[in-house]
Design a binder for this molecule. Sequence first.
Ligand code: C5P
Length: 237
Amino acid sequence: MKGNLLYEGKAKQVFMVTEDPDALILSYKNDATAFNGEKQAVFQGKGRYNNLISSAIFTYLQTNGIASHFKQQLNDTEQLVEKTTIIPLEVVVRNIAAGSITRRLGIPEKTAFTSPLLELYYKDDQLGDPIINDEHARLLTDATGTNLATIKQMALQVNEKLQPFFQQVGLALVDFKLEFGRNAQGEIVLADEISPDTCRLWDLTTGEKMDKDVFREDLGDLIEVYDAILQRLEAVK
Ligand code: C5P
């Protein structure tokens, strides 16, 4: 049964589970934020779309050998996950240049990288999630060099699995952000969510942006786009 609220983030609430101290319930909200909380809006139905899409992606990744916190989808907006201690890193993998890397390094949008580019950010709202290197990561988190190597390897494996997964539904996986946590056994597992809030997805034919950039850049109806993503994924289930 759903227990007390443990934590509330920008896009999700996290609840305890009364009969299982090693489980949590993630409840997806309709709130959207961008540019570190500077832009905010509420989209009716967004929580449901992200819950369903993230559940489908984590299920696919688990059947393809990626260890994660995901246990099961409970209802439209909630999922049951293994309790983990989140490592305060945001691991971004980029296949095509978009977003912050175009601004930070002047790389034109749509530039395809010959091999995936992996970046680490320090997960800290107050600091605006700054980009960091491995040495900063070791200094700021309890991740050892070996842990970091594991995290990077898992992030690249997720990329290898997700590229064909999205390609089969006509989408290019431009980039995405992952988070990792440690479970009760001390194992590092993939955590948080993978959804159009945390990925850039471009239509392979038209180049249309089908992710949270629709909100960030005021490109159209966010819910219409998230609905299209879910429909495409359900069609190949
Ligand atoms: O903003 P930036 O270009 O660095 O984002 C790279 C990828 O990481 C995008 O898919 C974005 O949606 C995701 N991201 C995220 N949460 C953040 C920062 C980035 O999901 N706090």
